[in-house]
Design a protein around this ligand. Structure first.
Ligand code: CS2
Length: 396
């Protein structure tokens, strides 16, 4: 039976890639958890199957997902993960590890001074990039590595990061490896006790009905025939549309919404000021997209607003607000850069909202959920917090 190795078994993977793979009965997935064994410890007691609770505006559907059938835990046994990467049993490695795990600098290349990368190169704790490089260096058979994180040109960025690490660690990769880029989309909130009760499953995952996956068709060997995937030669226009319009508006709603006292996305989008702001971000973002998709952007914005309005999804603004220093450069700052000399008041309002949010959090003594939390806190307490914070996300 062909197999996928999936790195990062969080809710998004369980709602998106696993849902597609469930529709390819001949394919199974081995998962890898990086930081803790807790997902494995729970799923193992239920044969790794779990319920997907699909919440539309009008109805809820519950599906059982069974294609995941084992999980390796990095902190318990890193060697097992490296062996899996070399194992010819796997044809595809997919990843959902969040932006920060790539350890990229502002130029989108591996940040060679990242303390975690330095530690890994010096024989300490393995990073995601170091783990992939070490496994791939031992691999003989072709394999496809498919990044499913919200980064533009995610495949190319991963390829370049692994290549740089390989050189720094004096490793050599001989196998034929492809790194197609892809765009993934399905809004997936964190699980709540209410969802667990509703699905009678401790490991249930809530998600929306809508789902989208656009993948570059560049696979080194067998691949699943995932249904409803759009197979393309160039995914970049799709990535830009989604990151700049959906994720950009999401981040704005998160920061401006929390400041205005809201908890969930559907509450924030019902506020006329925030709704207008989200629409304007999408309009400013739409103008940066390639000409041939410009005519789709009006309908796309309207569809996004409808998805944000879903009152049953209960998507917390704080979930989106985390890791702002990683997310904003990609979804807001780079859009401003692409607008060249045109004014970008709505996109700038998202940056201002982030600055107000982090300042409020720091003033109130809350620990920020962000890999650069301490730098942000320092910037907030400096003489010129506005400039310092803008510098941190490259928005100067
Ligand atoms: C959200 C995304 O948490 C966030 O930053 O903007 O996770 C968003 O829900 C997904 O990209 C939707 O596909």
């Amino acid at each position: 039976m062909p197999r996928i190795l999936h790195l990062g078994v969080g809710n998004f993977f369980r709602a998106h890639q696993a849902w597609y793979t469930q529709r390819c009965p001949e394919w199974n997935i081995t998962g890898v958890s990086f930081r803790s064994s807790s997902v494995r410890d729970h799923l193992v007691t239920q044969d790794y199957s779990y319920k997907l609770v699909i919440k539309d505006t009008l109805e809820t559907k519950i599906e059982t997902i069974t294609c995941l059938d084992s999980i390796l835990v990095m902190v318990e046994n890193p060697e097992a993960v490296i062996s899996a990467i070399t194992d010819p049993l796997f044809n595809v490695i997919t990843l959902t590890v969040t932006e920060k795990a790539y350890c990229l600098g502002p130029d989108g290349k591996l940040n060679q001074n990242d303390p975690a990368i330095r530690e890994d190169l010096n024989g300490g704790k393995l990073t995601l990039i170091g783990t992939l490089a070490r496994g791939l260096a031992k691999r003989k058979k072709p394999i496809t590595i498919l990044s499913c994180d919200n980064l533009p040109e995610n495949g190319q960025k991963l390829r370049s990061a692994v290549k740089t690490f390989t050189e720094l660690a004096n490793l050599e990769i001989k196998a034929n490896i492809t790194y197609p880029s892809c765009m993934v989309d399905r809004i997936t909130p964190a699980t709540t006790d209410k969802i667990r009760l509703e699905a009678h499953d401790h490991m249930a995952v809530p998600t929306e009905e809508f789902t989208e996956w656009v993948v570059e068709n560049d696979f080194a060997s067998a691949r699943p025939d995932w249904p409803n995937v759009q197979w393309v030669d160039d995914v970049l226009p799709h990535e830009m549309r989604k990151l700049r319009m959906l994720n950009g508006a999401h981040s704005y709603l998160a920061y401006a919404g929390i400041i205005r006292g809201y908890t969930f996305v559907h509450e924030a989008i019902a506020d006329p000021i925030l709704r207008a702001g989200a629409f304007k971000i999408m309009a400013e973002a739409a103008q940066t997209l390639p000409k041939d998709i410009q005519n789709q952007t009006k309908d796309y914005s309207a569809a996004l607003i409808k998805r944000f309005e879903n009152p049953n999804l209960l998507h917390r603004l704080r979930q989106i607000a985390m890791d702002g220093s990683e997310k904003l450069p990609i979804r807001i700052v780079s859009t401003i850069t692409h607008r060249d000399k045109q004014d970008s008041p709505a996109l700038n309002a998202a940056i201002t909202a982030w600055i107000s949010f982090v300042q409020k959090e720091v003033t109130e003594g809350h620990l920020l959920d962000d890999p650069r939390a301490s730098q942000i806190a320092e910037a907030c307490l400096s003489d010129d917090p506005d400039t310092e914070l803008r510098n941190l996300i490259g928005a100067c």
